[in-house]
Write a new protein. Structure first.
Length: 161
């Protein structure tokens, strides 16, 4: 079973997120502080980590960097890293940018619901994306011509953020 680590200072917010994650097939663990988040992240190696801005304090980037790179850059059996999502009521564009630069995969606004979380965890991994400018038709024709199976996803340019 996939695991989810939820870091939020609010008990109610953690419970809501845990129920949403449970409905999506995750076994949830909850922590309320940045230090607890680091310890649980290192020990349990979660597939999904939801980090609230209140746990990060003033320095969002430093906490995300320590999770993504400082604690081992955890990877699953397919070689993919676990997903780290930044969340909060008062996320500013600067905080979102700082988190993304530090290694967060994306952000999700509160309140967290099933549809928005499912959309975030199904997003293609950056290593699965094709190069900008490569057309879908050329890739499809090449795959049909060689009858080779491709393991990468074909992403249209409109899917890029």
């Amino acid at each position: 079973m996939r695991t989810c680590l939820i870091a939020d200072s609010s008990h109610l917010a953690r419970r809501v997120a845990a129920r949403v994650c449970g409905r999506l097939g995750f076994r949830s663990m909850e922590v309320s502080s940045g230090e607890g988040l680091k310890k649980a992240f290192r020990r349990f190696q979660p597939d999904l980590t939801i980090v609230d801005q209140s746990v990060c304090g003033e320095d969002v980037g430093a906490l995300i960097v320590s999770l993504r790179y400082g604690l081992g850059g955890l990877r699953d059996l397919d070689g993919r890293e676990g997903i780290i999502l930044l969340t909060g009521h008062e996320l500013t564009p600067d905080m979102i940018d700082e988190g993304r630069i530090a290694g967060a995969d994306d952000h999700i606004r509160k309140p967290i619901d099933d549809a928005s979380l499912a959309r975030k965890i199904r997003m293609p991994h950056p290593s699965d994306r094709i190069a900008v400018g490569q057309s879908d038709m050329a890739s499809q024709r090449a795959a049909l011509g060689s009858q080779a199976k491709s393991t990468s996803n074909i992403i249209r340019l409109s899917d890029w953020r």
